[in-house]
Write a protein that binds this ligand. Sequence first.
Ligand code: PTJ
Length: 245
Amino acid sequence: MGKHSADPSHPRYKSLLMRQRLELAAKKGMLADSAMIAHGRGEAFDYLLGEVTIPPAMAATREVAARLLGANNPIISLNGNAIALAGKELLQIANLLKCPVEVNIFYRTDKRMKALISELEEIKNQLGLDVEILGSKPNAKIPNLEGPRANCCEEGIIQSDVILVPLEDGDRCEALVAMGKDVLVIDLNPLSRTAKRASVTIVDELSRVAVNLLSIIPENPNISEWNNDDNLHSSVLHILNSFSK
Ligand code: PTJ
């Protein structure tokens, strides 16, 4: 990407900045080969939302904040795209909640795990945060999942009761729900299997959600009578209504 592409005066500045973050992360070996494709999928849905946090997403973000605050063992699961786009804010959220983060990736290689964990360690040291970073020594498996994406930590994901998983894949979301966990996801696609299966789905862009959570958590919101299907329906309606004449 050229040096002018993330110029703040550019009308698509935020979008370009996110792309630049992904490019830098790719150079550091943090990302899956398909990370850009996944991001492009997200961007397409973000266009439909007007690239803003819509009211149903803000309601879902408040619910997620409330559930994380009410949890006995909350955890934030982090993959390549999440760390590249909002690693700093997600660590700050964990610091506020006094919970660990666990690096848990779909396309697992030792090289990527090392690059992601060292990126988080660097942010943690720079910001002086007190957050446990798990994932380097997986000692358990998520039941009913095949392959390396099932690997996780007993003291992290397995023991958690409430888990925030930005950009989760459908199978793993289902497997975590089947374990009886409260599964909180961030997914710009309100129609994805992840969005439909999660306990709470925030239909919004991950880096916007991270900033919103940082301001909402200190407000100590209360858990509500949450209906995730209704909220997803409202998100889809919002998109449809934005096309009405
Ligand atoms: O780091 P890894 O190995 O765990 O791999 C991560 C990716 C993202 C490559 C992997 O999980 C993947 O292939 O994801 P999918 O199946 O393409 O799903 C990505 C979902 O996240 C899609 O529904 C997108 O709409 C959504 N999405 C993409 N970027 C964002 C997003 N949602 C919120 N914010 C984003 N920035």
